[in-house]
Design a protein around this ligand. Structure first.
Ligand code: FES
Length: 113
């Protein structure tokens, strides 16, 4: 059995389990308070599972917590500058536009918080 990643352990400690049903996730406001700059965390708005990302400059974005490639929670991913990187196959999404460079069909809906 594989060891859990540090990210997974941190999410468990914060109550930000990306596999948790929406009603057990942090709210967007709770996630904003807990997520450090450069961090990514699972949260919810109503019954919608979201990923919240805080850039190094403090700008904060939310997007659906589902990668358009193969459904992996984007909250398992990480930030590379302004891009959210999916942990499964490495697709990247620009948080200002939702676009995935080189993949015009793979766009996510982003919202600046
Ligand atoms: S599931 Fe996200 S890149 Fe494949």
């Amino acid at each position: 059995m594989a060891e859990p990643s540090l990210h997974a352990l941190a999410c468990d400690l914060l109550g930000a389990d990306p596999d948790a049903p929406a009603h057990r996730r942090l709210t967007v406001a709770e996630a904003r308070r807990l997520c450090p700059r450069g961090g990514v965390i699972a949260c919810r708005r109503g019954d919608r599972n979201l990923v919240l990302a805080v850039l190094a400059d403090g700008r904060t974005f939310t997007a659906p917590d589902r990668c358009p490639h193969d459904g992996r929670p984007l909250s398992d991913g990480y930030l590379d500058g302004q891009r959210l990187v999916c942990s499964r196959h490495g697709w990247e999404f620009d948080l200002a536009t939702g676009a995935s460079p080189g993949r015009p069909q793979a766009c996510i809906g982003v919202r600046e918080e």
